[in-house]
Design a protein around this ligand. Structure first.
Ligand code: ADP
Length: 230
């Protein structure tokens, strides 16, 4: 979890890299709800057409649309022989979390480690303005931290980079507000379950080692309290 632009995608990629070797977590065991929705929009599916306007305005997609779309994908991760999977951007409301919990219950693979990224809004605004993506692959570039080798071009395919339509200041304010409204109860929901781990920091580089430390300890059955940096 983390508000728009807090670096969920970045942390996901880093966790995958770090835990890939030690715990066998592979790319196929990660699911991003935002990427999945953008893929539908790019492919112009019926669902994509239905949600396109919502993503542009920074509105959450209704639970009734999200839940079935997600479960179709998540069930594949849950059924896989590997023990772990990582969800990026889902669940985002208590309704989604409850639905997911009841579905996961059947498989005996509950959500047991929820990462909440807490990044100052001023930092996020700059990051959103800097962010460019390669839409077909979901690769993310930042003009400040991770610029493409050739300006405006994807490093792997050389194809043009684009802005996400929801990455602009006006839309951003709406997204932050919606995010806070929707996730306050969700944070409480996971806190009450004892699975919430919050990480504060101004940059992804600052936060990554904190997550790795906490998650490593957790995976070795040593839950640790993570202290905020400021
Ligand atoms: P961000 O964290 O920057 O919002 P995401 O890629 O996670 O980026 O999500 C982009 C958009 O997709 C959200 O603003 C929202 O419209 C929609 N979305 C993604 N995941 C969900 C979800 N679990 N529930 C409802 N809407 C979602």
């Amino acid at each position: 979890m983390g508000c728009p632009g807090s670096g969920k995608g970045t942390q996901t990629a880093r966790l995958l890299k770090h835990f890939g070797s030690s715990f066998g977590l592979q790319a196929t065991q990660v699911f991003s709800s935002g990427d999945c929705l953008r893929e539908h929009i790019n492919r112009k599916t019926a669902l994509g057409k239905q949600v396109e306007g919502l993503l542009e305005k920074g509105e959450l997609v209704p639970d009734s649309v999200i839940n079935p779309m997600i479960w179709d994908k998540v069930e594949r991760l849950v059924k896989a022989p590997e023990k772990s999977f990582l969800l990026d951007g889902f669940p985002r409301t208590v309704d989604q979390a409850k639905t997911l919990d009841s579905q996961l219950h059947e498989y005996g693979k509950p959500i047991n480690f929820v990462i909440d990224l807490d990044v100052p809004h001023s930092v996020i605004l700059q990051r959103i303005e800097d962010r460019w993506i390669h839409a077909p692959s979901g690769r993310i570039y930042s003009l400040s931290f991770n610029p493409p080798k050739v300006a405006g071009k994807d490093d792997v395919t050389g194809e043009p980079l684009t802005k996400r339509p929801d990455d602009n200041a006006d839309v951003f304010a709406n997204r932050l507000q919606k995010y806070a409204e929707a996730t306050k109860p969700l944070i409480e929901y996971y806190r009450n379950q004892g699975v919430l781990f919050q990480f504060k920091g101004a940059t992804s580089d600052e936060i990554t080692p904190l997550i790795i430390q906490a998650l490593s300890a957790f995976l070795q059955n040593k839950k640790v309290a993570v202290k905020s940096k400021y």
